[in-house]
Design a protein around this ligand. Structure first.
Ligand code: DC
Length: 229
């Protein structure tokens, strides 16, 4: 069967990655979490003093961007891909609040986006991928055969993120997370470089009232239509 590119874009914490991961597993495609790539650059910047005194040293980040090697490897126990930064597994670290608080400003930087978009295009060259992010259907793969734009209310997204962080033992308040979700929405959709916006040919999914199983089934139907099954 022909292999296609599936681009899943949308707001933060709206369950894109859960549905994208599930679909990829089901149809034997590679899943690529591009948010994790921006998070890995942010973690590198925090760990190496590029983010310090509440600001980002853009010059230093630019001079070190080629040293930041990002990749994914499957965890054989879960069957799910995990993020590696310079050969170190950072899957847990990149999900923490400190990274979440800095990732949107990092993702507004032009040279960071150019480097990561080039890497994403290389990863998807052979097709057979499900890629999730903000600009996949508009910038990374404007010719993707299937584009989905996912949305849900900020409150529902914040609650989902709180549940996820709590299950990992992080202590967070609903208000703190809601604030972070709203701030990131604002930065992500108003930035100059590839802002979050719906591609004209994307199919919109508002999953506020849907279960994970319902989303999964919905997405599988869209995939089958796209490959002409
Ligand atoms: O999906 P996420 O929450 O892990 O994404 C983290 C941040 O990265 C988010 O604030 C927006 C940014 N991002 C982006 O600008 N472009 C992408 N393709 C993916 C994520």
């Amino acid at each position: 069967m022909k292999k296609i590119v599936i681009a899943i874009d949308g707001f933060s914490s709206c369950g894109k990655s859960t549905m994208a991961k599930d679909l990829a597993k089901e149809i034997g495609y590679t899943y690529i979490d591009t948010g994790a790539m921006y998070r890995a650059v942010t973690l590198y910047s925090l760990e190496n003093g590029i983010i310090a005194d509440n600001k980002i040293d853009g010059e230093r980040l630019k001079s070190e961007i080629d040293k930041i090697k990002i990749g994914f490897k499957n965890n054989p126990n879960t069957g799910k891909p995990e993020t590696y930064l310079n050969e170190i597994n950072v899957e847990t670290e990149i999900r923490k609040m400190e990274v979440a608080n800095w990732v949107s400003p990092i993702a507004t930087i032009g040279f960071v986006r150019h480097a990561l978009v080039a890497l994403q295009q290389k990863m998807g060259k052979e097709k057979g991928i499900v890629m999730d992010g903000r600009d996949i259907g508009t910038v990374v793969f404007p010719n993707a055969e299937l584009k989905i734009f996912v949305t849900a209310s900020p409150e529902i997204r914040a609650q989902r993120r709180v549940d996820e962080l709590k299950s990992k033992g992080e202590k967070v308040s609903f208000e703190e997370v809601l604030e972070n979700v709203k701030t990131r929405d604002h930065i992500d959709s108003t930035r100059k470089e590839s802002p979050l916006k719906q591609a004209p040919d994307a199919i919109v999914l508002d999953n506020s009232e849907m279960t994970i199983a319902e989303q999964k089934a919905w997405l599988l139907v869209q995939y089958k239509k796209a490959v002409g099954e």
